[in-house]
Write a protein of this length. Sequence first.
Length: 348
Amino acid sequence: MSDRQLPKVASFLLQAAASAPSADNSQPWCFSWDGRSIAGFARRRGGFPVDYHATQLAIGAAAENLSWALARLGGDSTSWRIGPPDTNGEFFRGELNALNESIPSTDSQVWLHRHTNRSPYDMEEVSPDVLVELQACRIGDMHIQPLRGDAIKKTADWVRRASEVRFQTREVNEWFAASLRYGNSQDDWVEGLHVDTLALPPGGVGLLKLVSDWNRLQWLNRLRAYKLFSRIEASNFQKAPLILAVVGNADGSAFDAGQCLQRVWLRLTELGLSAHPYYVVSDLLQRLALDRVPENCRGQAESLANQIRSDLGQNLTLHCLLRVGKPTRQLPVSGRLPLQKIMCNGDE
């Protein structure tokens, strides 16, 4: 179905859901319209399977965007089915007949202004009042832990150690390499990660192309290049004025964690602050649980997992980290696929 056939209200809500963040901008969803109701479905795009933690985070974030957009129309999200994907992948469904048809201005659609800014942030402190407000962004047992000062240094070490494993994991490297876009066509900007959004230093694009080939990265790793790359990965993180950790019960829902992540990110956007998600630590924890860590890195991964459990509490786990602050420069924003390319029949 073409998006031109959609009612304005349906298009507004689906555009809101589709603007959610996703791993490597994979946009793992499709949407349907049956003449009365709209629905969203989890679908595999990019390297991440539908049931993978990163995909479930993205689906939760899309659901949170939808809830915010519904509120702007005076809708009651409790009358909608919004929750973790069912056996068909459906994660929301609702009728439009009770909604206000007056679409709010683009300026008030905060989800359209939220984006990932990977540039360095200045060191201006975030006020205690703001921290209290951010901690109120919770879903079920998923909550926000602010980290500052020495706690950031400790968490930056998690990022460094997890990144060492990441740069030695073929699957992760190949998934990331497949997501990269280098050209200037419209398609290069609406799917995957354009290199201009990555805040790379001079020569960074060339280096990225070099290490995107697993055989070359494997050779460089014999020279312990993963040590250098992991320190670079952690450098901006360590200099952040504030880190927010999305934390919840170890057996909790990644969908709920995605909603919590997006709720605090949207509030940060309203407050004029930027955020840069770091998923590398959470990804390592997920890979360790699924036995998808390279054998030569398993001891290091288990040591880090034990450290995190000790720091957070044995019954808690980390779902994502957000570097927060005011960026030193603005960067181009990753686009999104047009609706006509992500419409589905709901039974695919």
